[in-house]
Design a protein. Sequence first.
Length: 202
Amino acid sequence: MNYTNPKRFYNKIEDILSAVALGIALVLLFMQVIIRFVLKLSIPTLEEYSIYLFVWYTFLTSSDAMRVNTHIRVEAVVNLFGPKVKAVIFLITQVLNLAFCTIFTYSGIFIVLNRLSLSSQSTTGFPMWLVWLAIPFCMCLTSIRSLQYIYFTIKYDLIGKPLPEYIHNDSVEIDGIVLAKETIFEDEVQEYEHHDKNGGEK
């Protein structure tokens, strides 16, 4: 379940930054295509910078997938257990993920510092530390999202505190599973809400 409040600005950081990175990358690639086919010229910097932006976009969306809890996972075995056991398993995976991301953040900082000390640049003169910065920055964001879910899992799934109002507003229960409305089609939401109002009759 996605416990994060979509109305809070800090829960939109990855969305905003990834949209900016993808938007600029697409503009650069479009310019490259136009220049190549219309003017018969090739500007390597446009393609190079778009690749760097896609690197940032990939890491940012990975953190965003963690925020909304939509990373691909195999749940065939986990679904055999009850809610409490599921919550414990999810908590363990988040702790392991936090450790993994913390190690990558720590290592990434040293890589960035190394590139800075060497004044490492690409063939077009672009400072490579800005590209490598994607690792510690985005892994740090992902670590924060893991910490959030560790807190939410303990508070709501294990202790049993009441769910906040925004989760009820932005989710729908389908066959006993609470899903965020943003992860399913609107017609499905309306169908199941109609199903509930009519006492289980579609």
